[in-house]
Ligand binder design. Structure first.
Ligand SMILES: NC(=O)c1ccc[n+]([C@@H]2O[C@H](COP(=O)([O-])OP(=O)(O)OC[C@H]3O[C@@H](n4cnc5c(N)ncnc54)[C@H](OP(=O)(O)O)[C@@H]3O)[C@@H](O)[C@H]2O)c1
Length: 380
């Protein structure tokens, strides 16, 4: 799209998958703040039918789908019908875990513009997205770090990029002694120091699996080798990421931690819309800290990078195992420090294959089954 509005000057018509979640709700806020620019044509949720019905009553979309009420096959068919509808210009994928894979690929195939928050759906099948992008599929990031990199890369020759560095807050337990991590509770893990997000990503931020997934996300979105994507700890979440260039310039994007900014940019691209969101005021005192990550403290980040290095269906197995492990931790079945054990064991057992749609789904199924078995063993 060369303008923010679809042809004829009408607002862009969007679908929001995962409209009841943290990113989904903030996407609706952005749309409601820009009623002349965005129209919500479809929404979907999983279990939270109460909020979905409220959103439906307020927004009056053409589609409102609650997937948990449907069989997997029917839910998938309905989401695909929604994202490929002729009225839709752009699909916001704000589901969590593997749930977004099928509709995202269907939307890209139907040449819809996709604004992607659901990083697991990207990471599990990177080569399929790269094939789609090679055919000019329009995929824009919502993740704040990738939105920052995307903004810094604008106008730069890809050959000038020496390194992309993603910032990491360190999550809920960044100041805890490593030996105390064994006994942390789910409610402690769900308390992120700088962002308010859904439960899966908040736990992933505490293990830094989230940053590992983001490293892989950056390699896919920006076509970079793993060696060119680094991580730096930055507790304030003000600098959202940095790009180091070959003339020794460094570009960074800054802002208060507020996901409505990258969400709005994903909708307005290639333009910017004036926004009334909180503004960064650097005339106030701001201490900005940076330090290298301690990889021993965060084994999940290393597992993610290793899965990316191995390639094939390892990233799909990684994502599936992490979903099972985080769920098991949140329900009290395993300890926080078991999360990396479940993921590590599932990857040890994984037999990788070349990436195809079918092999990714098979890897997802196999790693889920294996991880559930490992969880049971840890519980006994
Ligand atoms: N939150 C953030 O600030 C943030 C920042 C960067 C990236 N992200 C990424 O954005 C994605 C969404 O994160 P979130 O924090 O918004 O998560 P969330 O608050 O847990 O919301 C997830 C959404 O997906 C729906 N959903 C869950 N399971 C589903 C399934 N099996 N099929 C279809 N829909 C399903 C949920 O529906 P119900 O509510 O009805 O169950 C909800 O609408 C994640 O991949 C995350 O890593 C989030």
């Amino acid at each position: 799209l060369s303008t923010t509005r679809a042809e004829g000057g009408r607002p862009i018509n969007i679908a929001v998958l995962g409209s009841t979640g943290s990113i989904g709700r903030q996407t609706i806020e952005v749309a409601e703040a820009n009623p002349d620019k965005v129209r919500i044509v479809g929404i979907s949720a999983h279990r939270n039918t109460e909020l979905l019905e409220q959103q439906q009553a307020r927004l009056r979309p053409k589609y409102a789908i609650a997937t948990a009420r449907l069989s997997e096959a029917i839910a998938s068919d309905q989401l695909i019908e929604l994202v490929t509808d002729g009225d839709i210009d752009l699909v916001v994928v704000a589901t969590v875990g593997a749930a977004g894979l099928k509709p995202t690929l269907a939307a890209l195939k139907a040449t819809k513009r996709v604004a992607l928050a659901n990083k697991e759906a990207l990471v599990m099948a990177g080569p399929l997205y790269q094939d789609a992008m090679a055919k000019d599929a329009a995929l824009v990031p919502i993740d704040s770090e990738h939105s920052a990199v995307w903004q810094c890369l604008r106008g730069e020759d890809p050959g000038s990029v020496e390194k992309v560095v993603l910032t990491a807050s360190g999550g809920a337990f960044r100041d805890l002694r490593i030996e105390d991590l064994d006994s942390v509770s789910p409610s402690q893990a769900l308390h992120h120091p700088t962002w308010v997000m859904g439960p899966k990503i908040t736990v992933d931020s505490a293990t830094l699996m989230n940053k590992g997934l983001e490293i892989l996300e950056a390699t896919i979105l920006f076509g970079l080798p793993l060696e060119k994507v680094g991580v730096i700890m930055h507790r304030e979440s003000i600098v959202h990421s940095l790009v180091f260039l070959n003339d020794s310039s460094v570009k960074a994007q800054l802002g208060v931690p507020d996901m409505r900014l990258p969400i709005q940019l994903a909708l307005s691209h290639p333009n910017r819309w004036p926004g009334e969101w909180p503004r960064l005021d650097l005339t106030e005192a701001h201490d900005l800290h940076f330090e290298p990550p301690n990889w021993d403290r965060y084994p999940c980040m290393g597992l993610a990078v290793e899965a990316g290095r191995q390639g094939g269906t390892y990233p799909a197995a990684l994502c599936a195992a992490d979903e099972v492990a985080v769920d098991a931790f949140l329900t009290g079945a395993i300890r926080f420090t078991d999360i990396h054990r479940v993921v590590g064991s599932a990857l040890d057992f994984h037999l990788s294959a070349d990436v195809s749609y079918e092999s990714v789904l098979a890897a997802d199924r196999e790693a889920r089954a294996r991880s559930r078995k490992i969880v049971k063993e840890l519980m006994s």
